[in-house]
Structure formats: C-alpha cells, structure tokens
Design a protein around this ligand. Sequence first.
Ligand code: GP9
Ligand code: MN
Length: 636
Amino acid sequence: MLKKEWPKHSILAIAIIATWLKTYFVYKTSFSITIDNALQEFILFINPLSLVLFVYGLSLFFKSEKGKNRYLVTVMMISSIILYANVAFYRFFSDFITLPVLFQTENFGDLGSSASESVYLSDVVYFADIIILLLAIKFIRVKANTVKAISVSAQRKAYFILSAAILFFNLGLSEAERPQLLTRSFDREMLVKNIGMYNYHLYDIYIQSKSQAQRALADGSELVEVNNYIRANQADPSKETFGAAEGRNLIVVSLESMQTFPINNKVNGQTITPFMNELTKDKDTIYFPNFYHQTGLGKTSDSEFLFENSLYPLSGGAVFFTHSGNTFNSLSERLGDKGYHTTVQHPNAKSFWNRDMMYESLKVDEFLDVDSFEIGEGDAVNWGMKDIPFMEQSVEHMAEMPQPFYSRLITLTNHHPFFLDEEDQFIEEYDSVSGTVNRYFQTVRYMDESIETLFDELKAKGLYENSVIVMYGDHYGISENHNEAMQQFLGKEITPYETAQLQRVPLFVHIPGYGEGHVNEEVGGQIDLRPTVLHLLGIKTTKDMQFGGDLFSEEHEEFVIFRDGRFITDNNVYAGNVCYDRATGEESDPAECEPYIDQAMTELDYSESIINGDLLRFYSEEEGQLQPNNQMLEIE
Ligand code: GP9
Ligand code: MN
C-alpha cells in the first residue's frame, strides 16, 4: 500500500485519462482512419473525451468509494468491449459496427465465425485501461471527503459544464471540418473520426431506433392509397422502344457532379465535352437535355437510390444510412431475377455512403470497391482513383463477368474541389472569382475523355455491340455559392428560375446499332430511370411501386419534383414560391403551378411513407398483392 494519500478524485482522473489515451492509441493502431491535416488529427485526439468525461463522471454521484469504483470498472468494461468489438469487426470487414449488422446476420452469415477468428490473445492490450484502473483502486489511497456537501454539488456542476463544453467544442470543430456531418452522415469513418467511436454509437442507436419505431407502427394498408395514386399516374411503355435492348448487358455510368450546361458549350473558346457533344448527335444515342437530378442530402447515394428504386430520397438525411435494412424492389433485384449478374463498381471505401450495407438490401450481387482496383503511381487524384484508369479496369472486370450483366460504374474525378494533375488538364482553367468553377471545366473535360476510354475499351473487349450504355449526371457540381462566377460564365442573372434550371444533368441512352438516335426534349428526372431502363430491356413494371415513368412512353408525364418541393412541368418552373414560364424564365400566372404544388407534396409524402414504414415488405410485386393477407390491390 502506498503511504501517500492522493487527491480525492485521483481514481476518476486516472480512469478518464487511461480510457481516453487508450482509445486514441487504438484509433491509430487498429483502424485505418485517413488524416489529411493537423486539425483532423487534433479532433481525433480529443473526440473520446466528451463522452468519457460524462459517463465516468456519473461516478461522482456515488456516496461510497466502493460504489464509485465498481461503477467505474463496469462502465470501463462496457466501453472496452464496444471498442474491442469494433476492432475485431474491422479486422474482417474494414468497417465499424452499425446496429443493423447485428440484426442482419442472414446477410453476413459468417459474421460470428469470422469475428471469432479475428480475436487474438495479445488483444488484452485493448483492456489495458481496466488493468490500470484495477491497480489504481488497489494501491492508491485517496483523501477522505473534507469539502462541504454544498461545494460538492457546485464542483459536480462545474465538472459537467466542462464535459458539455468539450462536447460542443468537439462538435464545432467537426462542423468546421465537415459541414453537415450529422445531417448528411455520409461515412462511418468520417463520423468516428469527428465525433468519436462512443458518440458515433449513440448517434447510430438514435438513427436506427427512430426508423425502427416508425417501421413498427406501420402496416401494409397504408399502401392501398399509395398504390391507387401510382396506378392512376402510370405510363405504359412505348411499343417502339419496349425491349429495344432486350437481353443485352446493361452498363450504367453515374457521372459525378456532371451538369448539363457544359455540354455543347465552350470555355475560353475551347470545347469542354467533345465526346459527349458527338453523342448528342449520334445515331445510336438518345440524349435528354431536359433531364433533372432529384437528390437531397445523400448526393451520389440519393441518385443511386432514385435509379435503383424509383422512389424519392428522404428530406432529412441519407436514406442509404437511415434505411439500409429495408425491403426494396430494386432494379438490381429485378434484373437478378431475370438472370443478370448485377454489380456496382466504385473505387472508394465500401462503407462510404454505407454502400456495403445498402447494396445487400438492393440485392446487388457484387460490389467492386477500392480493393478490386489496382491504383498505381499517379493513378489517383482528389478523392481517389482517376476515372480513366478506373474505366480501363472496370471493363476488364466486365470481361470476366457472366453475361448478361448489369454493371453500374460510379465515377469520382469530377468531384469538388475538382483537382487534377497537370498532365490530365486538357483545357485551360476558366477565369472567374471562383476557383471551384474555374477548375470544374477541366475536370469535366477529363470526365469526357474517360467516357471515350470506356467506349474504346468496351469495343476492344468485344462487349460493346451487345450492351446498352446509360449515363447520367448524379447531381449538381456547382452550388449556389458560386453564383457570381456562374453569372459571368452564363452571361445572365442567376434567378431562382436559373438555379432550378441548373439542376439539369445530362442523360444519354446509347444503344449500339439502334440507328434512330435523337435529342429527346422530354422533361424528366432520375425517378424515371428505373422504368425507362427496365422497359428498354423488355421487362414490364406494371405492378411495381415506383413513382417514375418511362421517358420513351407517349403517356409519360412531364412533371419533375425536386426533393425540396420545387418542380418542373412542361410549361413551368416552380421555384422560390414563384411560378415561372419554363421557356422564357418570365414570371407566369401562379394558377398554372397551383395544382401541382399539392401533388408534388403528396407524391413526396407517399414515397417517404414507403421508406419510413418499410412498406414494401408487405407487397408482392409479382402478384400486385399485399402480404401476408393477400389482399388484392387494384391494378388497372
Ligand atoms: C463517394 C462518391 C462521392 O464515394 O460517390 O459522393 P458525393 O459527395 O458526390 O455524394
Ligand atoms: Mn456525387
């Protein structure tokens, strides 16, 4: 026993410091968390502190020393187990634990066995703080309580104010480093990096229980009304295009941040998209210049969600994160049922946007993530692998796939902040107040080259003739923060009308040998992609719960609803609560937009209720029936 008496709260202080430093040590040694700058390192360092201070600090409410110590050992044990479980999980899955994986064991059948294989004897170091605490309890004698009850409570108050202050300091730094971290919640690594492992789990529990509660309260009868709406607005496929690409491989390219305005346009007198410009006039391509993205906070992942499901993404948060355990009737699942091998290729960490989890629910057979690509010297820039080598390697992957296959390629180079190596800059920068806009043209040009590479490689590998290639912009690249530069480039004022029109992204449907290519002026959006593509492949969608319509159908309704309630019709653009004439941008009679305002809200609400209630689990699209009571839904 040590003779000396230690200050009263020594054991608590030791416990806090031990867990804090251990957690940081584990971050650095057991996970590969990318750190780009000193601020990120600092955030990582302090992020375990706020919750540890709070939870361990609750021991201050225990009267006896014994009770205090027991409590500390227990909570330290729990935090160590949480941290260690993540370490073991990470060894196998290179990802952090999220609640749904604990419940989706059927998707991760080998979870139990693989997790136990990732456990080693030397792992006791992950419990080092407990050993330190136990030693401290055994050998340290703390001073008896001498302060008055009243100042004890004042001290406690000060302590918890301090822990709250640290939490807000941490959140403030994270927000500066990653705007909208919590609302967009794009990546588990990002969350752990910023708010810390322990806070991340609390946040995860909050998100998951919120959606579980809504799910538990839902029942299939809610679908009756939604179904009536969908059937009343459904468009039958056009006879000419239905099955025009039947039996072919489907290659889909998500064009990162690609907007329509650079197409058939010039910067500094130089063509920005020579290859795509050719496609707009190509005999085998149908090009849609009046096509809009409909994404929300989930950006790329929202566009994927729209494409696969023809449902709207959520108004708050990324549906890829919040509802990855839902039942969907995705395009992948449908094609899988028709004998397609379904894949997504994207050279980024698989947990980004929670893709690894969501793709299980979307029934994607194979996700070729960053580990499936060889990223050699000079092959990466900005967010990761450059699009040109990506295209080359993704075609090599396709050459290995059983046919027919569906492969969706998600590009990356044309992403904010639009950095490029000098050798990849094929045109000059633009000259405006915005570096972002200036560089954007160069990365768009690079993307254009990468698409040409894709076409060349497909031809070289003999995959071209028997495929259909669908390419669309995922969302805007230039936000409203750059209006001044955009005003200069476009030579006109950026009104709410122009902002809405700038949400146009290109859509190309390229069918080798088709011969009837044209520019199709139809107003449409990403919600329409699923039916359009399935119909081209000769697959009916008559009983599907989808909000979009076949863009080739004579019955397709020109009505594109943005996630925030703005909308576009044949005649109007409704933005900033003003009804504009679509052709001229002049204000028009509000009565022209009036009927659509409610319809837009209704449609968004219906879609949201499907997602929040996980309603598709009650629906069989083969039968057009509600499960399990087989109540027929009215199908026209
Ligand atoms: C990340 C890529 C980009 O994998 O899809 O995501 P974004 O920031 O565009 O949503
Ligand atoms: Mn994107």
